[in-house]
Design a protein around this ligand. Structure first.
Ligand code: CMC
Length: 434
């Protein structure tokens, strides 16, 4: 990040005459950031921040979160406005290019994406290598990583055209890869993409359709899918995005980097939480069991968490959770599901937790994953697909962040330091003398 800092912060090393004056960098919004790059040279010390709770690893123009106010902006636009008025491909253009597209630009962009929706036929054989009960995220990690082997023509990360075509390929192909992971599990034929359908609509078609009969995508479900995709499209420097950036900082190709992001997303503390929420609700089973479950969660000897609650950045309601909770009611209503016991249980669980001192004191609120599983289940997705759907939507955020990093003149290999607490130097002991 260039520019002259207007303010500084000075650190003095106790017991010495050494001090370091660090520039305070300002973003367009958000707190100032101390530039600590010369701290080791000035003071001979490192900084310690496991989990990076107080560390900005890059500067970015893509997504902004105000965790205290519960605000999420993509390129400055509030998520609520995009959810109401935009669509996933328009949001994808915005994330990648920085501005909303003019109508002709959107048409060109849509063409660019749909041109790449098919997978190389050779990739089909990769699926046969998996067990039928393979988790879709395992398939996604493998098949997305394997794309690197198919597109040698676009692997020069320093060529903007190569970056653009790789982005198109990834955004276009991940829905096909995810839908086929499901088809492989259930033993149905792979459905080829249909480029006359919208992005979310085509995904639902490939996922639910079979060649034996015509499948008409329910427009209400297509809109709900599109909304879910918008809400998951980007979320600044979360674990999987940071993984993509770290992998990318070594010069690795974008397909490998996105595969790394998918692996990072899989964990239950991150994208795997949507699957974990439904498992948790099934385990709780009934409203009457909520108090006992929450007692378990609050017991510090336990590792149990209230899944779908809490966030590193949001100390307020996750704005995506608000939107998705409303969409949940709408979709269930449209599908004629009058009473969904899971939704009732989730609403009661949320109410009790939001009034419980443990959660209030720690500012733990529902996050996007608390309600997304309920809506996805109502739309006919098996639980194991939830995180794969998250990966499909987040691919555009990952590739936008990756491209921004490659274009950043200050970018260098990500290489954190450590506090070493192991043994000091010692001599090798021959086996018989240990
Ligand atoms: N249930 C119970 N206690 C919690 C929870 C929870 N869901 N989340 C945080 N806490 C407690 C935590 O134990 C700690 O307590 P104490 O101060 O007594 O030690 C306190 O709240 C602060 O939490 P933290 O562990 O410092 O928070 P973190 O920023 O390291 O972790 C998190 C954030 C999202 C990993 C965590 O809240 C969590 O595991 N939540 C459940 C999993 C989940 O829903 N993940 C989805 C996140 S949103 C979508 C995404 O990123 O993919």
């Amino acid at each position: 990040m260039s520019g002259t800092a207007k303010r500084t912060v000075t650190l003095t090393l106790d017991g010495s005459n050494k001090s370091s004056t660090l520039p305070l960098l300002d973003g367009t919004i958000g707190p100032p950031v101390a530039d600590i790059r010369k701290i080791y040279g000035d003071l001979g010390i490192f900084t310690y921040d496991p989990g990076y709770g107080a560390t900005a690893a890059c500067d970015s123009k893509i997504t902004y979160i105000d965790g205290d106010q519960g605000v999420l902006l993509y390129r400055g636009y509030p998520i609520e406005q995009l959810a109401e008025h935009s669509n996933f491909l328009e949001v994808a253009y915005l994330l990648l290019n920085g501005e909303l597209p003019k109508p002709a630009e959107l048409v060109e962009f849509q063409k660019g994406v749909t041109h790449h929706t098919m997978l190389h036929e050779q990739l089909r054989s990769f699926y046969n290598g998996f067990r039928r009960d393979a988790h879709p995220m395992a398939v996604m990690c493998g098949v997305v990583g394997a794309l690197s082997a198919f597109y040698h023509d676009s692997l020069n990360i320093y060529d903007p055209d190569h970056r653009r075509i790789s982005a198109f390929r990834l955004i276009a192909k991940v829905p096909t890869i995810a839908a086929w992971a499901h088809k492989y599990t259930v033993g149905q034929p792979f459905m080829y993409p249909r480029n006359d359908l919208g992005y979310a609509e085509n995904f639902l078609y490939m996922f639910h359709g079979v060649p034996a009969e015509e499948y008409k995508v329910n427009p209400i479900l297509a809109r709900a899918m599109d909304l879910i995709m918008i809400l998951h499209a980007d979320h600044e420097q979360n674990a999987s995005t940071s993984t993509v950036r770290l992998a990318g900082s070594t010069g690795a190709n974008p397909f490998a980097c996105i595969a790394a992001g998918i692996a990072s997303l899989w964990g239950p503390a991150h994208g795997g939480a949507n699957e974990a929420v439904l498992k948790m609700l099934a385990e709780i089973g009934h409203v009457k069991n909520i108090p006992a479950f929450l007692a378990d969660v609050k017991d510090r000897n336990n590792h149990a968490k209230l899944m779908g609650f809490g966030h590193r950045v949001y100390k307020n309601y996750d704005p995506r959770a608000k939107i998705i909770q409303k969409a949940c009611h709408d979709v269930l209503g449209e599908l004629g599901i009058k009473d969904d016991p899971l939704l009732d249980l989730a609403l009661e669980l949320e109410k009790i937790a939001l009034n419980d001192k443990y959660f209030v004191d720690r500012k733990l609120y529902p996050n996007v994953d608390f309600y997304s599983g309920i809506i996805l289940k109502a739309m006919g997705f098996p639980t194991s697909m939830f995180t794969a759907l998250f990966a499909v939507s987040r691919t555009v955020g990952w590739i936008s962040q990756w491209a921004e990093m490659i274009e950043d003149p200050e970018q260098r290999i990500g290489r954190p330091r450590q506090i070493y607490t192991g043994p000091t130097q010692r001599d090798y002991i021959p086996p018989g003398q240990r």
